[in-house]
Design a protein around this ligand. Structure first.
Ligand code: SF4
Ligand code: SF4
Length: 383
């Protein structure tokens, strides 16, 4: 199996967390604290600077790595909140780099979205913006997407699409919105979205089978989660969401993971397949967003408001939260040569004892891959 990162070869794509700030307060998001309802302890309210992005992803880096795609998303923030999002997109688009952006769509005004659509349409690159819209009316959508505005999202998405941008409607299925799936699909088509994606999260389960995606049967057993969510301005909203069998399944698998776990197969590493790496809003580099999340939990393990603790095992590679792994201080090539990445790679080989939790759970057990087939709509550019 090829190494995670070779000695001199640079990855051809990246996942950047432009910011850990967000206008929304989705209850199950990693940025939302279940303990307080506000921002979690992981959130530092920082933006990855335009200047460092231009420096690290300079023309020379793009040429040497044959860099072709950047995904703007992250663990704790919405990229559209970054004050220089347009300039960052412009930097990559004018360099011939394709872009994928994930957003709640409820930030900025239609004229900004029109500019963004015009910019992306003017370049011969693959690009797509995924809007998270979990309903066909404000009340249903905001049941989960707290502090966002359904009408505003549609206005923004339409301004973007009319200007030539390629958009995808992503619909996370919950008990409270599954009756709106067909209507949402129709709306996506009539509004010019290129595609519609149904997503069933690993902690959420609809009550009935919703597509021929090979889903397992669903029981009526459910977990209830309720809390009060609080945004930056101190506004508070209650929520209550039923969680189903996938939570139970994830919990069961989590209990199987122990310091004696041995994986006999190769772990199919997603970032190896994608030839990618992850940069956090603070500038720290990891293989992927899942490892970044895991190490952030380890970093804050003793904080009283960290509900989901991560397991240190004897084989867990140590991560130096230091200049040596941060793009503000080192080049990407220098960082990827650090022993941490080689250590992670070793744990992906067959027969290794205790791969780190995200590798075991996300890529080995495949717990997060219950994404139902998409339907293409219209004949817009592929993204
Ligand atoms: S919009 Fe995205 S980043 Fe913001 S709270 Fe929701 S899931 Fe988290
Ligand atoms: S979780 Fe582990 S195996 Fe999966 S993409 Fe990240 S580094 Fe690779």
């Amino acid at each position: 199996m090829a190494a995670l990162y070779g000695d001199s070869r640079l990855p051809s794509s990246a996942h950047l967390e432009l910011t850990d700030r967000c206008n929304a307060g989705c209850p199950l998001c990693s940025r939302t604290s279940r303990a307080t309802g506000g921002a979690s302890v992981f959130v530092k309210n920082v933006d990855l600077s335009l200047e460092i992005i231009r420096r690290r992803f300079c023309a020379e880096f793009i040429r040497r790595s044959q860099f072709k795609y950047v995904h703007l998303c992250g663990n704790y923030g919405d990229p559209l909140v970054h004050p220089q999002l347009f300039e960052i997109v412009e930097h990559f688009a004018t360099s011939g780099v394709g872009l994928g952006i994930a957003t709640n769509g409820s930030v900025r005004k239609p004229r900004f979205w029109k500019r963004l659509g015009t910019l992306l349409a003017a370049h011969d690159i693959k690009s797509k913006i995924t809007f998270g819209i979990d309903g066909v009316d404000h009340q249903t959508h905001e049941t989960y997407r707290k502090f966002t505005h359904f009408e505003k999202i549609l206005e923004n998405a339409q301004a973007f699409i009319r200007a030539g941008g390629v958009a995808r409607w992503q619909f996370i299925v919950f008990d409270h919105n599954e009756h709106q799936i067909d209507r949402a699909r129709e709306m996506a088509a009539s509004l010019g979205f290129q595609s519609f994606k149904l997503q069933v999260g690993n902690r959420i389960r609809p009550k009935k089978q919703i597509a021929s995606g090979g889903d397992e049967a669903v029981s009526d057993k459910g977990y209830g989660v309720s809390a009060t969510i609080q945004d930056r301005k101190g506004r508070r909203m209650d929520y209550g969401i039923r969680l189903g069998d996938r939570l139970a399944e994830a919990t069961r698998k989590a209990h199987q993971y122990s310091p004696d776990t041995i994986v006999e197969d190769v772990i199919p590493c997603k970032v190896k397949a994608e030839d990618s790496f992850f940069v956090s809003a603070e500038g720290f580099v990891f293989p992927c967003c899942w490892t970044a999340l895991h190490y952030n939990r380890l970093r804050h393990a003793h904080h009283p408001n960290v509900e989901e603790t991560a397991l240190w095992t004897a084989t867990t590679p140590r991560y130096a939260w230091s200049e040596g792994t941060n793009v503000y201080h080192r080049t990407i090539g220098e960082i990827l040569k650090s022993g941490f990445f080689a250590d992670i790679d070793r744990l992906l080989q067959p027969g290794r004892k205790v791969p780190i939790w995200p590798c075991y759970k996300t890529c080995y057990l495949n717990a997060n891959k219950n994404v139902l087939p998409q339907r293409q709509q219209g004949s817009a550019r592929a993204g």
